[in-house]
Design a protein around this ligand. Structure first.
Ligand SMILES: [Zn+2]
Length: 296
C-alpha cells in the first residue's frame, strides 16, 4: 500500500468507519486483510487508546485544521512507534487544512517515515493543495443508488422516509438517517412551507427569520437547494430536483418571483452561508432578515 490514501466521499457515507477499519487493519498484529479484533493492537484500537493511531481534525465543524495540530502529529510520525509496529495518521476533513497546515503535512508525505501511513478523507479535493493530493493514492467512494439508500434508511428507522430526505443529504445514508433521528424532517418541512408562503405573500418576515435561526446551520443549505429547484423548474426541467416531495411549494415560489431575482438571491444566500460559518460574531438575525427582505 502507498504511504498515503485519500478517500473522497460525502459526509455521512460511512467514510470515517471505513478509514478507521483500514487503520485498524494496518495496525493489527495478526492479519493483513482485516483486523483480528483479538490482538493487543486491535484491543487498544477498540478502546480508542492506541498510542500509534493519531487523528487530526478541525476543532469544530467548519473551522480550519490548525498547523500546530499537524506539527504535533508530524513529530509522532518521525518517532519510533510505541508498539514497535506501524504508525497511522488519520486526517479528517482534509480540505479544512489551510496552506500552512497542508504544507506541514506535505513535508512528511514527500519523505514518509518507513512505518508511517497517512489516511485522509474529504468531501471534495477542490480546496486541497494539489501537491498533497498528488502524493496520495486516491479512492473515490461511490454512493449507492438513492432508491437503495432510501430502503436502507427506512429499514433502519422502521418508518417511511420521503425521497427528498435522501437528496437533501446528497445521497449519503448515515447523514439521511441522522437527519430524521434529530428531528430535522419536521423542521425542514415547517421552514420551506413558511418560506414559500413568505416569498409568495411577502408577509411574516420576522417569523421566517426566527424559523431559520431555530432550524440551525443546515437550514441555509435547505433553502439553497430549494431556490436551485425553483430555477430548474423556471427553466422547464424537473431533472435533478431535490425537493421532489414538495413540488407544490417549488411551484408556488417559481410563480411568485422572477428567475433573475431567484438567481441573485441564491448567489447572495451562498455568500451569506459562508460568511456566517467563517465569522460566528456576525449578527445572524439581522443578516438573514436583510436577505429575506430582498425578495420584496
Ligand atoms: Zn488484531
Amino acid at each position: 500500500m502507498c504511504h498515503a490514501v485519500l478517500f473522497t466521499a460525502p459526509k455521512g457515507n460511512g467514510r470515517l468507519a471505513l478509514a478507521a477499519m483500514l487503520a485498524k487493519t494496518l495496525l493489527c498484529e495478526n492479519s493483513v486483510t482485516e483486523p483480528c479484533s483479538i490482538c493487543h493492537s486491535c484491543q487498544l484500537f477498540e478502546a480508542e487508546t492506541h498510542p500509534d493511531f493519531h487523528v487530526i481534525k478541525p476543532e469544530t465543524e467548519g473551522k480550519k485544521i490548525s498547523v500546530d495540530a499537524v506539527r504535533t502529529v508530524n513529530k509522532y510520525a518521525w518517532e519510533t512507534s510505541h508498539l514497535g509496529g506501524r504508525c497511522i495518521i488519520l486526517i479528517q476533513n482534509a480540505d479544512s487544512m489551510g496552506e500552512a497546515a497542508a504544507n506541514a503535512v506535505l513535508k512528511t508525505l514527500e519523505e514518509p517515515p518507513l512505518n508511517c501511513y497517512f489516511i485522509l478523507f474529504t468531501a471534495s479535493i477542490d480546496h486541497m493543495l494539489t501537491t498533497v493530493v498528488s502524493r496520495c493514492d486516491k479512492w473515490h467512494l461511490k454512493l449507492p443508488h438513492e432508491s437503495v439508500v432510501k430502503c436502507w434508511v427506512e429499514s433502519e428507522l422502521f418508518e417511511s422516509v420521503p425521497l427528498q430526505v435522501i437528496r437533501i443529504n446528497r445521497g449519503a445514508p448515515l447523514a439521511a438517517k441522522a437527519f430524521v433521528e434529530r428531528g430535522s424532517l419536521a423542521l425542514h418541512e415547517e421552514l420551506i412551507t413558511e418560506f414559500s408562503a413568505y416569498v409568495a405573500l411577502k408577509q411574516n418576515l420576522f417569523i421566517v427569520t426566527k424559523k431559520l435561526i431555530k432550524s440551525g446551520s443546515d437550514a441555509l443549505q435547505w433553502l439553497s437547494f430549494l431556490l436551485l429547484d425553483v430555477m430548474k423548474l423556471q427553466l422547464g426541467t424537473t431533472e435533478g430536483i431535490v425537493h421532489s416531495d414538495s413540488m407544490i411549494l417549488v411551484e408556488q415560489i417559481s410563480y411568485s418571483v422572477s428567475f433573475t431575482l431567484v438567481m441573485r438571491q441564491l448567489t447572495a444566500l451562498n455568500r451569506l452561508k459562508n460568511d456566517l460559518i467563517k465569522n460566528s460574531g456576525l449578527n445572524h438575525e439581522l443578516m438573514l432578515s436583510r436577505w429575506l427582505s430582498d425578495f420584496q
